[in-house]
Each structure stands twice: as structure tokens, then as C-alpha cells.
Design a binder for this molecule. Sequence first.
Ligand SMILES: Nc1nc2c(ncn2[C@@H]2O[C@H](COP(=O)(O)OP(=O)(O)OP(=O)(O)O)[C@@H](O)[C@H]2O)c(=O)[nH]1
Length: 367
Amino acid sequence: MTNTGGHFSALVAQPAIAGRRVPVTVLTGFLGSGKTTLLNQLLREPSLDGVAVIVNEFGAVGIDHDLIAQTHDDTVLLANGCLCCAVRGDLVEALNRLAARQDRPLRHVLIETSGLADPGPIVRTLMGDAAVRAQFVLAGVLCTADAVLAMGTLDRHPEAVRQLAFADHLLLTKTDLLDGALPPPALLQRLRDINATATLHADRGEQLRLLSTLVRRAADTGAEAFAPEAPLYRGPAASDAGTADTASHRDGIRSFVIVRDAPLPRDAFAAWLDMVIAMRGEDLLRVKGLVQLADAPDRPMVIHGVQHLFAPPTLLPAWPGPDRRTRIVFITRGVDAEALEDTLDVLLRRHMRRPVATAAPPPDAAP
Ligand SMILES: Nc1nc2c(ncn2[C@@H]2O[C@H](COP(=O)(O)OP(=O)(O)OP(=O)(O)O)[C@@H](O)[C@H]2O)c(=O)[nH]1
């Protein structure tokens, strides 16, 4: 089987070795769900030098920005529009300005989105703008959810569902208002249905520790989006083989993980992803994964995609933990996980059957 020459094949032919780029964490969550409060608590910590905060507010007057600037002097306001649409160019400009500054070091960028922002275009900007990509790497997406109001918000506002669907970590806020009670099981189920692969943090101390670790980590690879620990309430157990799947028919959003034990031939994998992108690109809200390639089994390949757009994949110097399996998280609208797995199997079988003579080694096979 030969490559179809699609978008991903073109990128995967020569993945770059992960280099030193500034990690970017995106903090999203619906209006009033507690993003600024959380950020302010974090920024009270001493020694967050080198952590720049970009605050996006919908209105022309930056209230959140003022609140955050009181505690943290490295804050940029992008006001009067949503990062996902009106001020996307401003985000690129702000990031480029941060990258170019000489007066103080830059270790991490935290972006607080407006409460209505769709994280998709923001993540796409980080992956798709060449100048940004050369300097920055997405470290993860965090999303706050109000323990008291989230159910109603999710019913009424599709933006809130998308924000949750994009997250690597869900942060349940206002649990103190539950009067010591546990979060309602129906809410936990709903969150799990929307995003089974994210880790859920209900404890404020734990949330702050997570954020603090993220912004302090001298990481530069983007691998931190793939939390090695299993999601708190449910998710793919380490021993699971194949697809860990959960469906959310109510919200139409489905998340699942494709897990493979055996290393994958690069061209078969690329051809499969080309096909998935061509056929279901619109419905791929987010794809992220660590892939074990047959020709570079010791160096996981990090992939990130939003809809049709995939960032050029990078090879990490080593696996971040003992688990060396391929794990690809899909957050989709109505994509059938089993069908997707079947197509991968078909392409892998075809690859196995093809004559050895045609199996040309990839250009950068030997690391
Ligand atoms: N009781 C309680 N109140 C909270 C908590 N987190 C936030 N709040 C309150 O909820 C309101 C909204 O919080 P913000 O932090 O401004 O929420 P936001 O997500 O930044 O809101 P937008 O800027 O509108 O998107 C404020 O009055 C906060 O004081 C919490 O954990 N417990």
C-alpha cells in the first residue's frame, strides 16, 4: 500500500525532533465558571517568574485582566472580542511579542479564554501558525465547570460542551457551595459522557497543584497533555487493549482512545489518518496522541489535530513513562470508534501483505 499523499502523510514523512519551545496552557470554561478566581489563587504563589498570562475578555473593559494584573505583572489583555474569532490575530501577535522579548525570560504562557470562546480555533492557531509553532507548544487545555450550574449551562450552551470536550483536565469549581456534599452523580456522568478521557479534579488544592506543576515544569515537548495517570472517575485503564470508548449521544460528542500494543508502520498509520481526516475531518474536534512507530519505537511521536488541521508531528527523545503503547485520544462528533479501529486494522493488514521490496524505508528512519 502506498501513501495517499494526504495532509498527514505529508507531515509525518519527517517529524521534527521536539525542540525547546515555550509551553502554552489554555484555561477555558464557561462564563462565570471560576477561571479568573482560580488563576488569581495560582498567581498568589511566589516565584512564578517567567510565566506570562494572556487574558481574553469579551467586553472592551478588562475586569479580569485588572484582577489578575493586581497579583501578576506579566499579564497581557486581549479585549473586545473572542480569541477564537475576532482577536485571533491579536493572539498571534501577543505570542510573537512575548517570544521576541529580551528583558526577561519566558518559561510558560497561560491563556485564559473568554467564557464564550471555542477552544478549537485557539488550539489550531497554536498548531497551525508557523511562526507561533516554531516558538510555542500546546501543553494542555484545562476547563472549569461550575458544580452548581454546569448542568443547566450544558443544556443551553453548546459552547460550554465544546469547551469541556477539548479539555485534558476538567476542574470542578464551587464545590464549596455543595455544602460538603459530593458533586451530583448526574453531573459527573454528564462530564464523563462529554469527555471520558480528561482527568477530573474536584479538589481546589489539587487543581492548584496541577496548574502549578504545569507552569513550572521545564517541559518543552507538548507531551504533558497526555497525563499518564488514568482519569479520576472513569477512563481507559492501563491494562485495556483496543479502544476505550464512551459515547455521549445526548451532546453528540464522543470521546474514545485507540490503544495499540504493537508499533505501527509509519506509512500505514499516515495513510489511515489521511483517510480519517478526508472522511471525517469536520467531526474531529480534537485528536491527540503518542504513537509508537515501527521505525522509531524508542521515540514516541506526538500528534495533535483539530478538525482537518494537524500540527507537524514531533518525536520525543524518549517515552514519558513506562507505557510505550500507542494511545490516540479522539474527541469527535458522532464518529464510530469501532469503525475507525476497523479501518486501521484494514490498513495495517494491507501493509503486512504488501511485497517487501516496495517497503521503502522512511527518509529519517534511523534516529
Ligand atoms: N463559592 C465559590 N465561588 C466561586 C468559586 N469560583 C468562582 N467563584 C465566584 O464565581 C464568580 C465568577 O467567577 P470568575 O472567576 O470571575 O469566573 P470566570 O470563569 O473568570 O468568569 P468570566 O470572566 O465571566 O468568564 C465570582 O463571583 C467568583 O467569586 C468557588 O470555587 N466557590
